[in-house]
Design a protein around this ligand. Structure first.
Ligand code: ATP
Ligand code: MG
Length: 417
């Protein structure tokens, strides 16, 4: 079964609300192994809803329409579906009674308009309303009724309840075969999208032939590039097994470029490694001005591995508090001394530091984007220079994740404690 999602609402087109319903439905379809072929948004306009439904039904076997089932005059999804089916709306007395009963139990007078929600296209089946007043609809369309339009309210929790209870099971019955789709995201840092594609080219070619699993790249700005593996199989267990096997293949190629899986962040990954090694961390920040520490503290349980840090922005703070030797502060010497200084000052096992030029103007003869990342761990006291693109904000954000990635890679070489 090929399924399309049609979100109805002028406010979606105007950017007043974000269409989270479509993405949620897309995820449910994928988890249920139903092909999700397209998602469309349309305003509260009957001719345009009708046109969108007709177009959808040319390609898809099923359309899930969300929104426009309310009681007011601009809620016209019912009318549009009846027009596409070529039938009239009829008032469903049982539904009308339920609506009237809902108002009665809340002790509220029912506006006459609310009974519009009991209007059902002839030939449609009602999905009983449990949370709101509007029922959902299952509407057979096309010759022999072999295609279907589902209608659900726009209110997310009402929509979700009906999709789970009635629509996914109905779609699975129609598709006959049960299949499952599972996906997993490997998060990478330190390689461009084209670089990743080049490394994975042989694997991508092999998968192209097989068609399952598939690999896709998703650039995620300052959070690196995600490699998403998607696998399809008859059962969830088999899909999971395919995912695990493919993850191993991809990791064999990408190695330590992969810093986390799915929702895990760089800072959470670093924290996990620090705990595994039994090490504590202190941070000295100049160019990042606290961004690194803010990221670290966002990890639940950060107190297990994070001691604290110093925002050493003015050179005097670097010299006096962190014992950085007097001289240029955007330098290897300054970065190493900051990392070493902060771990000594705060009594941590590991120190990391950032010092650089965020821009827009140069400093110490260095152009904007020049950043030194310092690290002190045991006898290892070192710094690397990176050159970052972008404006002041991007340079600072990139520098923050870069120093965390630097630490992550060094910890990979450190035996677990
Ligand atoms: P109601 O009976 O509440 O009028 P309805 O079926 O007419 O329901 P809408 O009026 O289209 O639905 O939407 C009701 C509310 O649900 C909107 O104000 C919005 O907050 C939310 N909503 C609607 N569509 C979406 C969507 N596609 N994604 C996320 N939220 C949505
Ligand atoms: Mg409405």
């Amino acid at each position: 079964v090929r399924c399309e999602v049609l979100a109805v609402g002028t406010e979606l087109l105007l950017g007043q609300i974000v269409d989270t319903n479509s993405s949620w439905i897309g995820e449910q379809l994928a988890l249920a192994g139903i092909d999700s072929v397209r998602q469309v948004k349309v305003g509260d306009n009957q001719p345009r809803i009708v046109a969108a439904l007709r177009t959808a039904l040319e390609q898809a076997d099923a359309v899930i329409v969300c929104g426009g089932l309310g009681p007011t005059q601009d809620d016209i999804t019912r009318e549009a579906i009846a027009e596409v089916m070529g039938v009239e709306l009829r008032r469903d007395d049982a539904v009308a009674e339920v609506i009237a009963g809902m108002f009665a139990t809340r002790g509220r007078r029912m506006p006459e308009n609310n009974l519009r929600q009991a209007d059902v296209p002839d030939g449609a089946t009602v999905i009983e309303q449990r949370l709101g007043t509007a029922p959902g609809l299952i509407c057979p369309v096309g010759p022999g009724g072999d295609k279907v339009v589902y209608a659900v309210p726009g209110v997310p929790y009402e929509m979700q309840e009906m999709v789970e209870r009635a629509i996914i099971p109905d779609l699975q019955r129609r598709s006959g075969e049960r299949s499952a789709i599972r996906s997993r995201v490997l998060r990478t840092w330190g390689e461009s999208e084209s670089g990743l594609a080049e490394r994975l080219a042989p694997r991508l070619d092999a998968l192209d032939v097989a068609g399952n699993p598939t690999l896709a790249f998703l650039a995620s700005g300052i959070e690196g590039i995600k490699v998403r593996i998607t696998a399809r199989a008859a059962t969830p267990e088999e899909a999971e097994a395919l995912l695990a096997a493919e993850e191993a293949e991809v990791r064999a190629v990408l190695g330590e470029l992969v810093f986390a899986v799915d929702e895990e962040t760089m800072e959470a990954s670093v924290g996990r490694q620090l705990v595994a090694c039994g090490l504590t961390l202190a941070v000295a920040e100049s160019v990042t001005g606290g961004l690194v520490q803010a990221r670290i503290v966002s990890v639940a349980g950060a107190s297990e591995f994070f001691v604290g840090g110093v925002v050493a922005y003015d050179s005097k703070v670097k010299f006096d508090l962190l014992r950085v030797p007097e001289g240029p502060v955007v330098s290897e010497a300054a970065a190493t001394a900051m990392a070493d200084g902060v771990r000594t000052l705060l009594g941590a096992d590991v120190g990391v530091s950032t010092t650089g030029v965020a821009g827009p103007t140069e400093q110490d003869g260095e152009p904007p984007g020049t950043v030194w990342l310092g690290l002190a761990l045991g006898d290892r006291v070192e710094a690397v220079q990176i050159r970052l693109p972008g404006d002041r904000d991007r340079v600072r954000q990139y520098a923050a994740i870069s120093v965390l990635d630097r630490l992550r890679r060094v910890l990979l070489e450190t035996p677990a404690g």
